[in-house]
Design a protein around this ligand. Structure first.
Ligand code: M6R
Length: 589
């Protein structure tokens, strides 16, 4: 949802801004821009990805940059950031919810707008408040903005100074030998910042005279502890090739690292909350929501307590059942998803105990939670989540096992097989040759179903999401039993259905589902670890999954589906890392 960067560097900052924006491009890529302040303030902005800035150069060591995911106003040169107003240039990530009222007021006062964005309102208000004190002007200019923002602002008569502020959108500051920086996310500072600190909601950051200072809403200094930045190589990304394919290849390593981290994590602090819980709540969005659905299934099966699993955005739209002493599990790869953060904060307000499962230690979600399980998937840059899903499932299975232990003083029988997951994930890659053939057969498909019962339902939903997201083929994932209650009406000659079957007790039902599709001329693919459970003739294509104790099968069963979506995407000539209309991190509600 837009990436921002700003710096005051030792040397010209154009290259620094460009490199940082390339690493923030996962947050949006429909237009990009930079403002560089040397003897003059030069602004360059363009529709298209960050590459469109490669030709731009202006001398100067103070600058800001932006990569956009459009909310207000179509992707265009005019709507791209930075926005210029008077002496000010501004970049913004977030949504100014009362922008229309503020715009009307400014127009009434004679201002003319150059873009359709909500962000330009902030630039105008800060410019009108600016009288040589940039920090106060930013505070005053933002004072009536409702909604969310992370902004970075420079003024043409203040070279060497930059002011940033945040409310509900992420903002990180960093310092290193080459200068001082602010940005939306740590990877943007790879190799540049040695120490980093996060700004909290309502805080302001000023870089001047090479120093970084934090201020509260009343502009009183806030002492901050800077932490050592992650090793640059953790965040530096392979040039060329697609990230999604690389990230699928990293799944065995990600699972192994995550397992190592889990074994070092002391769950004692959440033991009491889990032991006494009579029910749980789980919230997440998108792929993480499917991981939460799988968690609900595991907890109900092994710990015998209900889990209310909701898409985070819905959590606040329903009667608030969660109460003091209850437990909410919030799952988010990025730890910055606005709806999931809001759900976690609401649960906290109501006195609940919040457990976060995230890939980003130090993210906003970790700050909002009482206890965190931080997975070690490593940086996930491709918009389509892959390795983070496998690691979320691992963490959530681990949490479910500990819950069983806290309640019944015995771990579930599959617990020891968690150590087999990295090898099983590797073994799942051997299904890729079958998937290549399947993807070939689906070249002309315009829509498809993913079907699964029991623990396979979340996997079916996740397979469908991947296909929709990057192949741009309509796909619906559903409980297989739902097929005959409506969706079957769409099945005709060649209509594809992918069926997951990883539970022996449900195999006969899977066979019936496949028969219903094939009887109407549908084209069936079956993913299972036990070929003998189902008749050889029940599907057109069969893909073999590696064998594991049944409860752990979802962690690896999804891998060939992730790869299927990737292959369908390539077959359609699309870029798997930049799906249309999407961005990696959804920091707006
Ligand atoms: O960072 P989060 O896990 O909170 O992100 C949630 C969703 O936005 C995310 O999983 C999204 O659905 C992915 N692009 C799916 O591949």
């Amino acid at each position: 949802m837009c990436g921002i960067i700003g710096c005051v560097s030792e040397k010209d900052c154009c290259g620094i801004l460009y490199d940082g924006l390339k690493r923030l491009e996962y947050r949006g890529y429909d237009s990009a821009g930079m403002a560089v302040l040397g003897e003059t303030l030069a602004v360059f902005k363009k529709k298209g990805g960050v590459d469109s800035l490669a030709a731009f150069y202006a001398p100067g060591n103070t600058g800001i940059g932006h990569t956009r995911w459009a909310t207000h106003g179509a992707p265009s040169d005019e709507n791209a950031h930075p926005h210029r107003a008077g002496k000010i240039a501004l970049v913004h990530n977030g949504i100014v919810e009362n922008h229309a009222a503020l715009r009307r007021e400014l127009e009434g006062a004679g201002e003319r707008f150059a873009s359709e964005t909500d962000s330009e309102v902030l630039a105008k208000r800060i410019a009108r408040a600016y009288r040589g004190d940039l920090l106060s002007a930013v505070r005053d200019g933002l004072s009536r903005a409702e909604g969310s923002y992370a902004v970075a602002v420079i003024a043409e008569d203040r070279p060497g100074e930059l002011v940033a502020a945040r409310r509900k959108s992420p903002l990180v500051a960093g310092k290193g030998q080459s200068g001082a920086f602010v940005c939306s996310d740590i990877p943007a500072l790879a190799g540049m910042a040695e120490y980093i600190a996060r700004a909290e909601d309502g805080e302001f950051v000023r870089i001047s005279s090479g120093e970084i200072e934090f201020f509260d809403a009343s502009l009183r200094p806030v002492p901050k502890t800077f932490f050592r930045a992650p090793q640059a190589e953790t965040w530096l990304f392979a040039a060329g090739g697609d990230r999604m394919r690389a990230e699928i290849a990293e799944i065995p390593r990600a699972l192994s690292d995550t397992l190592g981290a889990l074994r070092q994590t002391d769950l004692a602090p959440c033991a009491r909350a889990l032991r006494t819980a009579k029910r749980l709540f789980a919230v997440a969005c998108g792929t993480a929501y499917h991981a939460a659905l799988a968690f609900a299934y595991a907890v109900e099966r092994d710990a015998h307590i209900p889990v209310y699993c909701l898409s985070s955005g819905e959590f606040r739209c329903r009667p608030p059942l969660i109460a003091a002493g209850e437990v909410l599990v919030a799952v988010s790869q990025s730890g910055e998803t606005a709806d999931t953060l809001a759900a976690a904060r609401l649960a906290k307000e109501r006195g609940a105990y919040v457990i976060a499962v995230t890939n980003v230690g130090g993210s906003s979600l970790t700050a909002a939670a009482d206890f965190c399980l931080v997975m070690r998937a490593g940086a996930e840059i491709a918009v389509a989540a892959t390795k983070s899903y496998n690691c979320q499932l691992l963490c959530l299975n681990y949490l479910a096992a500990q819950l069983v232990f806290f309640k019944e003083t015995a771990l579930p029988p599959w617990y020891d097989a968690l150590g087999d997951l990295p090898a099983a994930a590797q073994a799942a890659f051997s299904a890729f040759a079958d998937v290549d053939r399947l993807a070939g057969a689906l070249t002309g498909a315009r829509a498809m179903f993913f079907l699964g019962r029991g623990q396979d339902e979340p996997t079916a939903k996740e397979g469908a999401l991947k296909v929709k997201e990057i192949s741009r083929v309509f796909a619906e994932g559903m409980p297989a039993g739902e097929l005959k209650h409506g969706p079957l009406a769409l099945v005709e000659g060649g209509f594809p259905a992918v069926c997951l079957s990883t539970q022996a007790s449900l195999a006969a039902k899977s066979e019936n589902t496949l028969a219903e599709v094939r009887a109407r001329g549908g084209y069936c693919a079956l993913f299972t670890q036990q070929q003998k459970w189902l008749k050889e003739s029940c599907a057109d294509v069969r893909c073999r999954l590696p064998a594991l104790p049944e409860p752990l099968m979802p962690v690896v069963a999804v891998i060939p589906l992730q790869y299927l979506a990737y292959k369908m995407c390539l077959a359609r000539g699309l870029d798997p890392d930049k799906p249309k209309n999407l961005a990696k991190s959804v920091t707006v509600e």
